[in-house]
Design a protein around this ligand. Structure first.
Ligand SMILES: Nc1ncnc2c1ncn2[C@@H]1O[C@H](COP(=O)(O)OP(=O)(O)OP(=O)(O)O)[C@@H](O)[C@H]1O
Ligand SMILES: [Mg+2]
Length: 337
């Protein structure tokens, strides 16, 4: 269990963490979300005693991290995968950690196997790829068999197989009753991984709830409809108080359940070719919620002639995807596309 109370960190005139109070409970994966610069890494550093709070406090199993007698047995953390002596082999890096923390050396071989680095155990870590470095960092975090695990953006640099692997690893760790606290700007990743969410923006707590609650409270209800008589349906749903937007050859009805849209179509004799409740993704809900607290906005790219022939829906989809791929959480694309 990790507990923060009024946790605050100021760097000069920059308030990086602003009065955060939350608890990270055991037995589930808690996703820690926020746009770039929101204060996620700083919060994790405060938890690990690497920075001192300006105000407030944070405890690990009821104690200040610095008071823990055997920290690696209580908390395992991966904050910076590059924080490794590059001249040491993967094996020696872990062995060194085991020896200085009074952990059994046999764990080193077990962990290298678990993270899939046995084949390169004798290689110097400075030659490792980003993903290999992440795996080594995860091995180090698990070395003391701790009940609390904290990972700062662990999927950065991992290939799809690696992402699936770490997702399953975290689920297993939480299933064993451990506390798993993981930050990410990949909302789609959290949607598939986390049970609970703590969302921050500009150092402040924005939400502390389950993934399902988060989506429900932060996204508008939308239904995608295709019909050969769009004008009649648009008129009917507007009369009933819903709003409508065009999406290529379909229309999207906002603020009305799919059943009701279907009933209205039937009552007005409008045939339907598609009626799909569009559950907003966590990504969309997150962007909507943090819109006001996004600090770094990317500029608009110059329009490219090649995309002009695409239909509106395709272009919007591509733009949103490009924004996610290129800039992670830095970009705010303006809510639900
Ligand atoms: N040592 C420091 N000195 C001054 N400012 C700092 C320091 N560490 C962090 N900050 C500032 O505090 C804010 C929060 O940074 P932090 O790294 O915690 O954000 P983050 O949520 O981890 O972002 P990202 O998603 O980009 O990793 C930023 O504005 C950052 O510039
Ligand atoms: Mg960070």
């Amino acid at each position: 269990m990790i507990e923060a109370r009024g946790l605050t960190k100021r760097f000069g005139d920059k308030l990086a963490v602003d009065g955060l109070s939350f608890a990270v409970e055991p037995g589930r994966i808690t996703g820690f979300l926020g746009p770039n610069g929101a204060g996620k890494t700083t919060t994790m550093r405060l938890i690990l005693g690497l920075d001192r709070p300006t105000h407030g406090s944070v405890t690990v199993n009821g104690k200040d991290f610095r008071q823990l007698a055997s920290p690696m047995r209580e908390v395992g953390a991966l904050l910076d995968a590059n924080a490794v002596h590059g001249g040491r082999s993967a094996y020696n890096h872990l062995l060194c950690l085991a020896q200085t923390n009074n952990l059994p050396p046999r764990r080193v071989g077990e962990l290298l196997e678990l993270v899939g680095l046995t084949g390169v155990a004798g290689k110097r870590s400075k030659g490792f790829s980003l993903g290999m470095g992440q795996r080594l960092g995860i091995a180090a975090a698990l070395l003391g068999d701790p009940a609390i695990l904290m990972f700062d953006e662990p999927v950065n640099g991992l290939d799809p197989e690696g992402i699936l692997w770490i997702r399953n690893l975290m689920k297993r760790l939480a299933g064993e009753g451990r506390t798993v606290f993981v930050s990410s700007h990949l909302m789609s990743e959290m949607e598939n991984t986390a049970d609970h969410l703590i969302v921050i923006g500009r150092g402040r707590l924005i939400a502390d709830c389950s993934v399902a609650e988060f989506i429900e409270h932060n996204s508008a209800q939308a239904v995608r409809v295709r019909t050969p008589q769009p004008d009649a349906l648009v008129a009917a749903v507007r009369r009933a108080g819903a709003s409508v937007t065009a999406a290529g050859n379909a229309i999207v009805v906002q603020g009305m359940a799919a059943d009701r849209v279907g009933d209205l179509a039937f009552a007005n004799g409008v045939p339907l070719h598609e009626l799909t409740p569009a559950q907003a993704s966590l990504e969309e809900a997150f962007m909507e919620l943090t819109a006001a607290s996004v600090e770094f906005h990317a500029g608009e790219p110059a329009p490219a002639g090649a995309g002009a022939a695409r239909d509106d829906a395709g272009a919007a989809h591509d733009d949103a995807r490009a924004a996610r791929d290129d800039a992670g959480g830095r970009v705010h694309t303006g809510g639900v596309a």
